[in-house]
Each structure stands twice: as structure tokens, then as C-alpha cells.
Design a binder for this molecule. Structure first.
Ligand SMILES: [Zn+2]
Length: 698
């Protein structure tokens, strides 16, 4: 037991020795990663559950009449240890896992559900919250307090706090099982990703740029295959390989391995997991009185209904599909021109699209890559944050990290006051799950004095060759700005209550700060300053810059189709009866047929690898939200363009006050209108993707 001191000689991890249970003596009280080992987590979680349950019990059984301070604020103060231990644990399990951590993860996801169920379904506690909520207009609350009360009431209500006892018992069982299944799903995916690799012999390098080969050697080194070169199923390995490899046979192998993840009929197969997840989600929605999970999920979003989300996706789908079909014909014509006697296959699309782009726009990714150093793009992201929000960044080497590749910067505001710490963990490795994400080790709040956030960006970029800097593709550079935009949402947060902090907003609003930030990455004045050749130090030549910007809209039919189809199938999974999805593969085929999916394009995330919607329920029936946010980000950047200055101070101040610093303390639509002066218009999105004009005939 964690609260029973044992002799240190027994190898004890109990409280006196457990770094997770002691105050952190590091600069800025950051987690002492060097001292934390997997065996510290279970006892720390155990203690955290006990502490939190006791705090909640005290609130529930408070003899005084319920009021905002003794109930709502008290709930905000509870669970500090649990938040602290969880943040460190989930950072490690995602960014630097090992078998011991993965085993604990399985155990903890279930324990977590068992811990939260009785809290979120506590009828007495909910009674107190409901009583305060009922009297809300008479309580003289600040706007932030009123918002917090609304959110707390809604969260408990939607978790089933108002259900009868039988329904609550079933709800608790469902939540436990879903927690287990979500973890299983992501472990399976990680398992398949770790298992597969393609070793490249000297004959297999045809067409691959030097930067790719260097990255392939670094990836082999990482997998303990020194001297070899490998392709993996991480997106940052798969995409450049399919873009450039002249070996059609190898492209087919890599494409098939990538799209088969979680669908191999082995121990990592996710098909049965999906079927069970969908049935349980449907049952829980029904218990709460909703016809489908999608209706339940979207009620608490900006879109409000599945119909509203679907109608935006359909508006984009038609022109995107038309563009993709026209592009397909052009790619097929290119194959014929080259004397090829085969039909364009999915593993050919990226390769011939690159060729066509070189012909039409006289541009290929490989030409710009030597100018996009990781270092240069980090500097660019920081510089934009300085011009917009006055932030400065100073690298610190005295902050403990979880892997030697992780870097830390201290962030100060315009007046020189400490604002945050920013951790950047940029390189791919086998212990990291795929993708890129932002998270935090501590959120901003000022309930009991200022708490500065610890914000993380985790990416999967390829390392540079021995002694050479890491070079980014244009997509990588955009990802870096995207995650940094989320990072700013966390770092600039200025709210009182922890549950409203930073990115604690609706999922169809949360991508606005990140996607909006991407716009600055592709501005000529930013690229001219920060895109410099890694060998010569020369700035990006104007002519290449022009061709790069002109090529941006190239292949947008493909990109939009693979995204929108994934978002539509996510809505279908959660709108149709779960009994319709007994065979996941058949369901996928039927749905893709219905929308007329071009056969040469597959989903951006096929079901068995769609971690967004199956590793947990965060993006379930919510993948559309990237596009919902894109309507706003395209429209919002227009506010800067209209002033003629992409760093216009007055617009930047509104952006800071209304969007980046307000967290979940305001209604998102009201916050957007305050920034822009009106609601967003969808045309900006279609224009940015080049989908407003009719596609030219092939
Ligand atoms: Zn994002």
C-alpha cells in the first residue's frame, strides 16, 4: 500500500520514496523524469484515487446548503494528485512507452473508469449541482463562473448522474468495458506498427531522395538494425516513400502494410474491438435517451446535430470529389504518356501526383526540403508568436525530460514575466505512437494563485543523417505549426478555473487555434526569413518560393477526399444501428460506394487504424470537427489579410483575448463573433483549398 511506509531496503516505492508522491524540487516544479520508473505509477494512482474520492465525499456530504464555493469551486480544487500522476503517465505511455508501462495502462484504464463512474453518477452530488444550477441567475456569478456551472452541470447530466439505479449500474459496466476496449485498440495498432518494417537493399533506393535514405538509416538504427535502411508504417516514412520510390512493387508493399494496420487477422486485429465499441456506445446513448451516439455526442458541440456536421462535409465533398476525379484522369494520362500499360492504383497516386506537380507547377517537395530545417521552422514558429503575442523563448538545459531528444524552452510574456514551459519532442522512435499531438503536464489556472502551464508538442519527424540537421517536408513544417498553435492555446490560457483551461473547449472549436496558426507558416515573409538552405545558408530563392506557394493547392482533391470520407464514415459508424456494423470491412465498402469514393483513394484513416475515434471517445462522431474548425480558421486569417498586415497588432490583440487566452470560459460562437465581428463563412475554406472553381477537364 502506498500509505504504509516500508524500509527502503525492500525496494519500496511507497510514499516516502515515490517521486510521484513528493513535492517536486525541480525548477518550475516539473516532473523529475530521471527519478520516475514504471513501478512508481500503481501506488501513486492508488493514493491519488483515495485522495480524490475522499475530497469528493467531503463535498457530497457537506452539511451546509450547496453553494457555488462549497460545491463547484470545491470540485475544481479536487483531484490535484490524480491530474498530476495522470499527466506524467499518459505522456510516457504515448511518447516513450515500454512493456511495463503498457501493462500498467491496461490496468489503469479500467481502474480509472471504476474511479470516475461513482463520482459522475453520484445522485447526491448531482443534486447539489442541479440545485445551484437551478438558482444560477440569482447568484451574482461572473461570466466565467456561470460558464463553469453550465459545463459542470452538463458534464454530470450527460454522464448519467440523473439515471435510475439499474441504468446506472449498466452505464458503469459499459464505461469500464469501453475504457478497456479503447486501450486495447491503441495497443493493437502500436503492436502492428512495431512489427512491420521493410528493409531496403541498395537496389531498392531508386528514386528516393538522400534525405529519405538518411532518415531510413536513422530509423533502422532506432530499431537496432545499424547499417541498414528501413521503411516503417509511420506516416512520415510511408508518405515520402510513396511520393518518390520508382519501385512500383515496393510502393505496393508499403501501401498495403500501412492500410492493413489493425486488420491483419493476427493478435493485433481490431475488427472485433470496433464492433463491440460501437454496440456499447449505442447502448449508452440509448440509456441516456438519445436515438444514436452521434446525436448524443454532437448535442454538446458547436455543430449541435449530426445533420449540421454532415451538411458541411457534403458541401465540401462534391467539389473535392470532382477535382479528385479530374486529377485521376490526368494521372492516368501521364502513365500512358510514359508508356505505362497499367491502371492507376492507390499506391501510384502520390507518386504520379508528385510527377504531375513537377510538370504543372514545376515544383516537388524534395526541392524545398533542404530549406526547411527543423531548427529554422521552430525559430519561425517562435518568431510568429513573438510578433503576434509578444512571447519570447529561451532554451533551458536544466529541466528533466523523458528522453534525451526532448528540448525545453522557457516562455515569457511581453513584460518578461514567466508564462509557461514548452517541451518539444520532435523525432520518431519505436517507443512513440504515430501521429503528432499537443498535451500538457500541468494546465494554467489561477484559482489559488497563478499556476503556469507545462505544454508539450510531440511529433514523429525523421532525424537527419549522421552529423546533418533534420529536414522537414512541407507537410511536416505545417504539422509543426499546427501543434504549436495548440501549444499556444495552452500557454496563453488565462482563466481562473482548471477545468476551463486552454484546450478544454468543444472539439469542433479546438482545431481553430492550431489550424489558424498553420497560415503563418506559408507566408512569404516568414519563409523568406526562416527557410534557409541547410548547407549554404542561402534563403529560399524567390522563384522556388513562388512555385511552392502556387503548388499548395495542388492535389487538394485527393487530400480533401481522403479526409472528408473518413469524417463521413465516422458519422455513419455512430448514426446507423450498431447491428449494421457486424462486418467492419463490408460496412466500409458499402459506405464508400454510397458516396462514390474514387477507387484509387483510400480513407485517410481506415477503420482498424482510426485511433481518433476508437482509441477513446474524444473524436468519436467528431472527426468532422477539423473541417468545422477549418471553416473558422480560413475565415479568421482573412481578418489579418484584410488589414494588409499578417501581424496586425489590433487584430492580434483580439485574437489573443477572444480565442487563444479564453479557454473554455466563453461560448465558442460568441468568442468567434467577438474576434471577427460576424459568424464564419464557408467559402473561405473552399477558396483556400482551390475548390471553388470547376476543375479543368483532363
Ligand atoms: Zn490538432
Amino acid at each position: 500500500m502506498s500509505d504504509t511506509p516500508q524500509s527502503p531496503a525492500s525496494g519500496s516505492v511507497s510514499s516516502p520514496d515515490n517521486p510521484l508522491l513528493k513535492p517536486w524540487q525541480t525548477p518550475f516544479q516539473t516532473p523529475p523524469f530521471g527519478e520516475i520508473t514504471p513501478e512508481h505509477f500503481l501506488p501513486a494512482f492508488e493514493q491519488a484515487f483515495i485522495d480524490h474520492a475522499a475530497e469528493v465525499a467531503a463535498i457530497t456530504h457537506d452539511p451546509s446548503a450547496p453553494d457555488f464555493a462549497n460545491t463547484i469551486t470545491a470540485l475544481e480544487r479536487s483531484g490535484k494528485l490524480l491530474a498530476k500522476v495522470s499527466a506524467v503517465f499518459y505522456d510516457l505511455v504515448s511518447a516513450h512507452s515500454n512493456p511495463a508501462l503498457l501493462a500498467i495502462d491496461k490496468d489503469i484504464s479500467l481502474r480509472m473508469a471504476r474511479h470516475w463512474n461513482p463520482i459522475m453518477m453520484n445522485a447526491v452530488l448531482f443534486g447539489r449541482i442541479a440545485q445551484i444550477h437551478e438558482n444560477r441567475t440569482t447568484l451574482a456569478l461572473t461570466p466565467e463562473q456561470l460558464r463553469l456551472l453550465e459545463r459542470t452541470y452538463t458534464r454530470f447530466h450527460r454522464a448519467g448522474a440523473g439515471l435510475d439505479d439499474t441504468a446506472k449500474v449498466r452505464m458503469a459496466e459499459i464505461n469500464e468495458r469501453l475504457a478497456h476496449l479503447g486501450t486495447t485498440f491503441s495497443h493493437h495498432l502500436l503492436g502492428d506498427e512495431q512489427e512491420w518494417l521493410l528493409e531496403l537493399g541498395e537496389d531498392d533506393l531508386d528514386g528516393l531522395p538522400d534525405s529519405f535514405v538518411a532518415a531510413a538509416r536513422a530509423a533502422a538504427e532506432e530499431r537496432a538494425l545499424p547499417g541498414k535502411a528501413i521503411v516503417t508504417t509511420s506516416r512520415s516514412s510511408m508518405e515520402p516513400f510513396l511520393n518518390s520510390s520508382n519501385r512500383r512493387d515496393l510502393r505496393e508493399k508499403v501501401y498495403k502494410a500501412f492500410t492493413a494496420r489493425g486488420n491483419n487477422g493476427n493478435a493485433n486485429d481490431n475488427n472485433a474491438t470496433i464492433v463491440e465499441i460501437l454496440a456499447l456506445r449505442e447502448e449508452s446513448a440509448n440509456l441516456l435517451g438519445y436515438p444514436t451516439f452521434a446525436v448524443y455526442r454532437l448535442e454538446d458541440s458547436m455543430a449541435k446535430t449530426p445533420e449540421a456536421a454532415r451538411s458541411l462535409l457534403e458541401r465540401v465533398w462534391k467539389p473535392a470529389r470532382a477535382r479528385a476525379l479530374a486529377d485521376r484522369d490526368a494521372l492516368q494520362a501521364l502513365i500512358a504518356e510514359e508508356g505505362g500499360n497499367f491502371t492507376l492504383a492507390p499506391w501510384d497516386w502520390r507518386y504520379y501526383a508528385e510527377k504531375l506537380r513537377q510538370i504543372r507547377a514545376d515544383f516537388d517537395d524534395a526541392a524545398i526540403k533542404p530549406y526547411l530545417t527543423l531548427e529554422g521552422m521552430i525559430a519561425a514558429a517562435f518568431d510568429c508568436a513573438n510578433r503576434l503575442f509578444g512571447l519570447t523563448f529561451l532554451e533551458r538545459n536544466d529541466i528533466p525530460v523523458w528522453h534525451p531528444d526532448v528540448r525545453v524552452w522557457e516562455v515569457k510574456d511581453a513584460s518578461g514575466k514567466h508564462q509557461a514551459l514548452f517541451y518539444g519532442d520532435y523525432f520518431a522512435r519505436a517507443s512513440k505512437r504515430s501521429g503528432a499531438w499537443m498535451t500538457s503536464l500541468r494546465d494554467q489556472q489561477k484559482l489559488d494563485g497563478e499556476v503556469a502551464p507545462l505544454v508539450l508538442n510531440i511529433c514523429n519527424f525523421a532525424k537527419g543523417a549522421e552529423g546533418q540537421p533534420a529536414l522537414l517536408s512541407p507537410d511536416d513544417a505545417r504539422t509543426l505549426f499546427h501543434e504549436f498553435g495548440h501549444g499556444l492555446h495552452g500557454m496563453l490560457s488565462n482563466v481562473t478555473y482548471p477545468s476551463l483551461s486552454g484546450t478544454s473547449v468543444f472539439i469542433d472549436f479546438v482545431e481553430l487555434p492550431s489550424q489558424l496558426y498553420e497560415h503563418w507558416q506559408e507566408q512569404p515573409q516568414v519563409l523568406r526569413q526562416f527557410a534557409k538552405h541547410y548547407q549554404t545558408g542561402e534563403p529560399l530563392p524567390d522563384d522556388l518560393l513562388k512555385r511552392f506557394l502556387a503548388a499548395r493547392q495542388f492535389n487538394q482533391g485527393f487530400a480533401t477526399v481522403e479526409f472528408v470520407a473518413s469524417a463521413l464514415i465516422d458519422l455513419e459508424f455512430h448514426s446507423q444501428p450498431a447491428s449494421a456494423v457486424r462486418d467492419v470491412g463490408a460496412f466500409e465498402r458499402t459506405e464508400l460506394e454510397k458516396i462514390g469514393m474514387p477507387a484509387e483513394i483510400s480513407l485517410r484513416h481506415r477503420p482498424t487504424q482510426f485511433g481518433h475515434i476508437f482509441s477513446g471517445d474524444h473524436y468519436a462522431a467528431g472527426y468532422y470537427s477539423y473541417m468545422w474548425s477549418e471553416v473558422m480558421d480560413a475565415d479568421a486569417f482573412g481578418a489579418f489579410e484584410e488589414t494588409g498586415d499578417i501581424f496586425d497588432p489590433a487584430t492580434a490583440k483580439r485574437l489573443h483575448d477572444d480565442i487563444y487566452s479564453s479557454g473554455g470560459s466563453r461560448d465558442p460562437e460568441e468568442a468567434y463573433v467577438a474576434f471577427r465581428g460576424r459568424k464564419p463563412e464557408a467559402d473561405a475554406l473552399l477558396r483556400r483549398r482551390g475548390l471553388l472553381e470547376t476543375p479543368q477537364a483532363a
